[in-house]
Ligand binder design. Structure first.
Ligand code: MRU
Length: 384
């Protein structure tokens, strides 16, 4: 496979699709249309050069898709893990099968807490059932997780849109300039996105938005994924080198920063793609509002101090020393960019302390990045 017209598009089992490729609505993950019980995903390791669908037919394939980042982004990692449980239960619905699936999927990536959140919801749906009823229940719960993710993103978008509206009067030409890091758009979720949802809703509302897209080394999620999806949706944008944001902020070229999160603590510290912290420092130095958009599934209510407590993923050094791209002849290849003998360190996430975050945008509204702020929106999380 390798062409967008091979998509099954927006499957009928889903209530609604928002985003498009080649003008065609799609999601990032969906049940295969042939009724086999397999799952299909948009293979994000191939974007932006090739739009290709990959099929997941087993627990191991689902785990591998998360690990090698065919799917990535905190909410989508959770959704894929949910379907990974379905695939595992198809083969072995026993307690042993369920325990093995949860352990395998939990070990794929350490930072995004949505993974553990989704697996806990899957377990809650099936654990107490006899094995013969687990598979169907798992499918229902996985579909619920996906549909809820889309609704959640739309609410985040609506709340974030108000923040974009607020800065329109700053600009004589009415063009609001937003800086974003990594990819927290529809490709990072089931549909619509977290940090990019306000931008898509602003576009829908007729506002002019221009997005500065951090390239996001080493895996370039900004240059390859955010730029791709903004382009497909017709949103004005430009890719910038990761180090350019500070300069743009000093020259009043950024009205607000809008990023996603992989894990947010009870106190409002935010883990996100490596480099986010440096953008928050620049934003603070230049009085640029720094907003973090996240679904509540990204909040780890058990943690307080993000810098000390959030597990940070370290990935292979080759992601730093090699880069992949398309040649003039159209081949996608990987090339080395460093001396072959030089070691490299690849830390995938960093933590932005709450004091550098202007506000958090959640599905329930906008709040201060603090325990009090989060509890004002999620009072049920008050410690008993
Ligand atoms: O390593 P990735 O690509 O999974 O990292 C993703 C990010 O850091 C995103 O910005 C974050 O998950 C928010 S996704 C809505």
């Amino acid at each position: 496979m390798g062409r967008a017209d091979l998509f099954s598009g927006c499957p009928r089992t889903y209530r609604r699709c928002e985003m498009q490729i080649n003008g065609r609505q799609t999601r990032t993950i969906w049940p295969a249309a042939d009724g086999s019980g397999d799952i299909e995903i948009l293979d994000q390791t191939r974007l932006p050069h090739v739009v290709e669908v990959a099929r997941l037919s087993s627990l191991q394939e689902a785990a591998s898709a998360i690990q090698v980042m065919q799917v990535r982004g905190a909410p989508l990692v959770g959704a894929t893990a949910a379907y990974g449980v379905c695939l595992a239960l198809r083969d072995d619905p026993s307690d042993r099968g369920l325990d093995g699936a949860i352990q395998t999927l939990l070990s794929t990536r350490p930072t995004a807490v949505n993974l553990a959140w989704a697996l806990a919801r899957m377990e809650e749906a099936v654990r107490s059932l006899p094995p013969s009823r687990r598979y169907d229940a798992a499918w229902r719960r996985a579909a619920e997780i996906c549909d809820e993710d889309v609704e959640t993103c739309r609410h985040i978008g609506q709340h974030g849109l108000q923040l974009i509206r607020h800065v329109v009067p700053r600009r004589a030409d009415g063009v609001v300039k937003v800086l974003t890091h990594c990819n927290a758009g529809w490709l990072a979720t089931v549909d619509l996105g977290t940090a990019l949802a306000p931008i898509y809703l602003a576009q829908e509302a007729g506002l002019d938005v221009h997005v500065w897209v951090d390239e996001t080394r080493p895996r370039n999620q900004g240059a390859s994924l955010t730029a791709f999806e903004l382009g497909e949706q017709g949103v004005s944008h430009a890719i910038i080198a990761d180090n350019a944001g500070g300069h743009l902020m000093q020259h009043d070229e950024v009205d607000l920063c809008l990023v996603g999160s992989d894990r947010t603590t009870r106190q409002g510290d935010v883990a996100n793609k490596i480099g986010t912290y440096l953008k928050a420092l620049s934003a603070a130095d230049n009085d640029v509002p720094f907003y973090v958009a996240l679904p509540s599934s990204t909040i780890d209510w058990s943690l307080n101090d993000g810098v000390r407590e959030i597990p940070i993923e370290e990935r292979g050094p080759e992601e730093v020393t090699q880069i992949s791209g398309r040649t003039a002849a159209g081949d996608v290849i990987s090339v080395g960019i460093a001396p072959a003998a030089s070691p490299a360190l690849n830390i995938a996430f960093d933590v932005t302390p709450a004091r550098l975050v202007t506000a958090l945008i959640t599905e329930r509204g906008v709040c201060a990045a603090s325990e009090a702020g989060l509890l004002s929106l999620f009072p049920e999380r008050q410690a008993r």
